[in-house]
Design a protein around this ligand. Structure first.
Ligand code: FAD
Ligand code: NAD
Length: 479
C-alpha cells in the first residue's frame, strides 16, 4: 500500500468521517486517522458524537422516557403497571450495543468506500508551499509512521471544559462520558450548566429517579433560544422536577465521604448543596493538542479554534478544518455538512453550507427546536417582522398522545413575508423543524407553508397553523 493519498482526514467524528467518505466517493484516494479508543480498547470511529455524545445520550433519553411514562403517562391511558423496575446494567448495556453498532458501521462504510483508516494520533507536519502535506501518526505503543497527501482536513473536534474548582475525577465529578455510564442511579445529581448537555442528561437521570439540581451562571434560562420558547420549556422542566437555579455561581466542589459538597452563590447569598454525583456541563472547547507541528502556519484563535475562512480553508495551501474544531455551532450535522463541502471543494466541485438554516434541537421532553433568528435578534437588528404562534393544546394528534404542551412560533419579515426564524417546544419538534428548514432554504414565505396541505391529524398541523397565524388567519384558535 502506498503512503501517498489525495486526502488525509485527521479525526473520524461526524465531520471527519463524512468528509472522508465524500472525498472517496469523488474518486480521491483517502485516509482517515483517529485516536478514539472504545470501551474494548480497540479503535472506535465516530468521534464524540457516536461514542459519548449524540447517539448514546439519545439511547438513554429513549430508555428513560419509557420508564418515566409508566408512572407519568400510562395511568392517563388507563394502563397500570405495578412495581416497574429498571435493570441499570441492561439500560446502560443497550446504549453500549447501539454505540458499538454505529461505530462499527463507520468501519464498514470506510471499507465499502475504500477509505484507509489509521489508528493513532495524527500530527500535521510543516511543509513548503506547493509540497505535499505530511501527517505523522503515533500509535498507542509509541510507534510512528508518516503518510502524505495533497490535502489534509483537520477534524479534531472538541472536549468538555473543565472548571478549576470542580475537576473531573471520572467517579464523583464527571463529564458527559461519565454521566452516560453511572453504575447506579444517583440519589442526588448536581449539574453545573443548564445548557444542552445539562438538560438532556439531567432529564435522563431525573426520569430514572434522581433528585436533579442544575446550577446555571446566567440569569436567563436557555438564553440561546427564543425567549417565549425558553419560558414554556422552563415551566415544563420545573413540573418534571428539574430544579434549575439561575444566576448561580459555583465556588467550590469538594468530594467527601457522604458526597460532593457544593458551595455556590445566588441572589440570596452563599448556598450549600450535597450531591452524590456532579455532572459539569459548562460547554466544550475546540481540541488541537498534538495536532499541529510548530511550523505548519495553521493559526488558532483566542478560544483555541482553528482559524478558517468561509470555505473552511486555513489559509495554508491544502489545509482545511471543519466541525467543532472551528467557529460556528458545535453540532454534528454542521460538521458533517462542512465535511461534504470541503471534499467537494477539493474535488473542484461547488460545495455549500448555509449557516443561516442550521437547525438546533434539544431532545428533552418536550423537545425544543429552532432554526433562524430569534425575535430578540431581529428586534436588536431593527428588522421589521410579524409573528404567528400555535399551541399544541389545539392539535388533535398531540392531545390524543397526551403530549399537548408547547407551541410553534414562526417569524416572518413584515414586508416580504420571508420566514426568518421558527421556534418550537413540544412533541416531536425535532422532526417538525425539518419542514421549516426546507422552507427557509428555499427562501419560502409563511404564506408558502400556509398554502401547503398538511395531513390530519398530525403534529405538523401546528406548523401549518403557525404559518396561517402569521397573517392572523389560523383556523383553530383566536387570532
Ligand atoms: P468529534 O466528534 O469530537 O470527533 C473528533 C475526533 O477526532 C475524535 O474521535 C478524536 O479522538 C479525534 N482526534 C482529535 N485529535 C486527533 C488527532 N490529533 N489525531 C487523531 N485523532 C484525533 N450534536 C448534535 O448535532 N446533536 C446531538 O444530539 C448532540 N448530542 C450531544 C450529546 C453530548 C453528550 C455531547 C458531548 C455532544 C453532543 N453533540 C450533539 C455535539 C456533537 O457530538 C459534536 O458537535 C460533534 O461530535 C462534532 O464532530 P467533530 O467531528 O467535529 O468532532
Ligand atoms: P452549552 O453551551 O449548551 O451550555 C453550557 C451552559 O453552562 C450555559 O448555559 C452556560 O451559561 C453555563 N455555564 C458556563 N459556565 C458556567 C459556570 N461556571 N457555572 C454555571 N454555569 C455555567 O454547553 P454543553 O451543554 O456543555 O454542550 C456543549 C456543546 O455540545 C454545545 O455547544 C452543544 O451544541 C453540543 N450539544 C448538542 C446537543 C444537541 O444538539 N442536542 C446535545 C448536547 C451537546
Amino acid at each position: 500500500m502506498s503512503d501517498k493519498f489525495d486526502v488525509i482526514v485527521i479525526g473520524a467524528g461526524p465531520a471527519g468521517y463524512v468528509a472522508a467518505i465524500r472525498a472517496a466517493q469523488l474518486g480521491l484516494k483517502t485516509a482517515c486517522v483517529d485516536a478514539f479508543t472504545g470501551k474494548d480498547g480497540k479503535q472506535a470511529l465516530g468521534g464524540t458524537c457516536l461514542n459519548v455524545g449524540c447517539i448514546p445520550s439519545k439511547a438513554l433519553l429513549d430508555s428513560s422516557r419509557q420508564y418515566w411514562n409508566i408512572a407519568h403517562n400510562f395511568p392517563v391511558h388507563g394502563i397500570s403497571v405495578k412495581d416497574a423496575k429498571v435493570d441499570l446494567a441492561t439500560f446502560i448495556g443497550r446504549k453500549d450495543k447501539i454505540v458499538k453498532q454505529f461505530t462499527g458501521g463507520i468501519g464498514q462504510l470506510f471499507k465499502a468506500n475504500k477509505v484507509t483508516a489509521f489508528f493513532g494520533t495524527g500530527k500535521l507536519l510543516g511543509s513548503k508551499a506547493g509540497d505535499s502535506k505530511s501527517v505523522e501518526i503515533t500509535a498507542a505503543d509509541g510507534s510512528k509512521q508518516t503518510i502524505s497527501a495533497t490535502n489534509v482536513i483537520l477534524a479534531s473536534g472538541s472536549i468538555p471544559i473543565e472548571l478549576p474548582f470542580a475537576k473531573f475525577d471520572g467517579k464523583n465529578i464527571v463529564d458527559n462520558a461519565g454521566a452516560l455510564d453511572f453504575t447506579e442511579v444517583p440519589k442526588r445529581l448536581g449539574v453545573i450548566g443548564a445548557g444542552v448537555i445539562g438538560l438532556e442528561l439531567g432529564s435522563v437521570w431525573r426520569r430514572m429517579g434522581s433528585e436533579v439540581t442544575i446550577i446555571e451562571a446566567l440569569p436567563d434560562f436557555l438564553s440561546v433560544a427564543d425567549a417565549d420558547i425558553a419560558k414554556l420549556a422552563a415551566k415544563e422542566f420545573a413540573k418534571q422536577g428539574l430544579d434549575i437555579k439561575l444566576d448561580a455561581k459555583l465556588n467550590k466542589a469538594e468530594v467527601k465521604k457522604d458526597g460532593v459538597h457544593l458551595t455556590y452563590t445566588d441572589k440570596s447569598g452563599e448556598q450549600q448543596l450535597v450531591v452524590d454525583k456532579l455532572l459539569v456541563a459548562v460547554g466544550r472547547r475546540a481540541y488541537s493538542t498534538g495536532l499541529l507541528a510548530d511550523d505548519t502556519g495553521v493559526k488558532l484563535d483566542e478560544r483555541g479554534r482553528i482559524v478558517v475562512d468561509e470555505h473552511c480553508h486555513t489559509g495554508v495551501d491544502g489545509v482545511w478544518a471543519i466541525g467543532d474544531a472551528v467557529r460556528g455551532p458545535m453540532l454534528a450535522h454542521k460538521g458533517s455538512e462542512e465535511g461534504v463541502a470541503v471534499a467537494e471543494w477539493i474535488a473542484g466541485k461547488a460545495g455549500h453550507v448555509n449557516y443561516d438554516t442550521v437547525p438546533f434541537v434539544i431532545y428533552t421532553e418536550p423537545e425544543v427546536a429552532w432554526a433562524g433568528k430569534t425575535e430578540k435578534e431581529l428586534k436588536d437588528a431593527g428588522v421589521p417582522y410579524k409573528v404567528g404562534t400555535f399551541p399544541f393544546a389545539a392539535i388533535g394528534r398531540a392531545v390524543a398522545m397526551n403530549e399537548a404542551v408547547g407551541q410553534v412560533k414562526m417569524i416572518a419579515h413584515a414586508d416580504t413575508d420571508r420566514i426568518l426564524g421558527v421556534h418550537m417546544v413540544g412533541p416531536g419538534v425535532s422532526e417538525l423543524i425539518a419542514e421549516c428548514v426546507v422552507a427557509m432554504e428555499f427562501k419560502g414565505s409563511s404564506e408558502d407553508l400556509a398554502r401547503i396541505v398538511h395531513a390530519h391529524p398530525t403534529l405538523s398541523e401546528a406548523v401549518h397553523e403557525a404559518a396561517l397565524s402569521v397573517d392572523k388567519r389560523a383556523i383553530h384558535k383566536g387570532n
